[in-house]
Design a protein around this ligand. Structure first.
Ligand SMILES: [Zn+2]
Length: 322
């Protein structure tokens, strides 16, 4: 079995060797109190269904890329994981949290898209799990892997980067497939148009009505555009039809009712498109337009200044020649 955070902390600090010394015991008990005060890695969100809520933050060595939401579904025979976090450390924490819940094997690791904060933990589940993704995910990973490993070196640290293995899916979703975990069916749908990225995939748990939306749904964290603004907006009405009760967003602090959870994101993306089209029509150059696009949304989202300029630039490039 794995060490608990408090025993591994004690081991690292050498306290287990010096147990008995009064000072060490005192420090040990306060370390355990701190560990106990930390929230559990997995929160139950429905029957045999769990979520890990990543921080709403940029990746740093301190948070180890633990910035995306992750899902766990336990069936009669096996477990499925939805995304693995932004480093092998996060993936291992997820694996350990699952082992504390069930002895059933993790049969499927489903990656909702290619972004590092969702796939860098994959190595923690290799080689036993079957990796599942959008049919375009292998090509996207191949195209971007070198860039990601290079560009995340500063954000994660060289040691964390050295552990990462880019593991593409071998079970590919062309349109829609169903996975059976033993009396528990998951419906995986590959989005056709590019939206958040070029290879977005959703997972619907038919038993509980929980939709694992990946980064097709953002709450609190400003949406990030890396696919197509027109594609994303056009996908929203279809996405809203998913027969779900609740959604786990790719980023955000909570699950939310479906499809109402799409409201904030739809408003932001619509504003992004409307402002961009208006400024292009007025002949505003890109550098000036970026400072104005979607500014009315600024107080409504976290990390707005980190991502909105990029979103505005991407929107401008996409809509400039329509
Ligand atoms: Zn993403």
């Amino acid at each position: 079995m794995h060490e608990t955070p408090s025993t591994s902390l004690l081991r690292r600090r050498g306290f287990l060797r010096t147990a008995g010394a009064a000072a060490a015991l005192h420090t040990a008990s306060s370390a355990m109190q701190r560990a106990a005060a930390q929230p559990r890695f997995l929160a139950q969100i429905a029957d045999r269904t769990y979520a890990h809520f990543g921080q709403i933050a940029l990746t740093t060595p301190a948070n180890a890329g633990d910035i995306a939401n992750l899902g766990v579904i336990i069936g009669g025979d096996a477990v499925a994981v939805v995304d693995t976090g932004g480093s092998v450390r996060v993936g291992r924490e997820l694996a350990a949290a699952i082992r504390a819940l069930t002895a059933k094997p993790v049969r499927y690791v489903i990656n909702t898209h290619e972004h590092p904060d969702h796939v860098f933990g994959n190595a923690a589940f290799a080689p036993d799990a079957i990796f599942v993704g959008h049919h375009r995910l292998p090509a996207e990973l191949a195209k971007r892997a070198d860039f990601y490993l290079h560009s995340y070196r500063d954000a994660l640290g060289a040691e964390a980067i050295a552990q990462i293995r880019i593991i593409p899916p071998t079970l590919l979703v062309q349109d829609e497939i169903t996975l059976d975990l033993g009396g528990r069916r998951l419906r995986l749908t590959a989005l056709k148009p590019a939206a958040h990225t070029d290879c977005d995939l959703t997972v619907l748990d038919e038993t509980t009505g929980v939709l694992f939306a990946g980064d097709l749904v953002f709450l609190q964290h400003v949406p990030v555009l890396d696919g197509s603004l027109k594609g994303w907006l056009s996908a929203l009405p279809h996405l809203a039809q998913a027969p779900a009760r609740l959604v786990l967003p790719g980023h955000g602090e909570n699950i939310a009712p479906w499809p109402q959870a799409l409201g904030d994101e739809r408003r932001y993306l619509t504003k992004l498109a409307d402002d961009t089209r208006r400024l292009i029509a007025a002949g505003t150059p890109l550098a000036k337009a970026v400072l104005q696009i979607a500014q009315s949304e600024r107080t409504k989202w976290r990390l707005f200044d980190d991502y909105n300029p990029r979103n505005a630039t991407a929107a401008f490039s996409e809509l400039e020649w329509e």
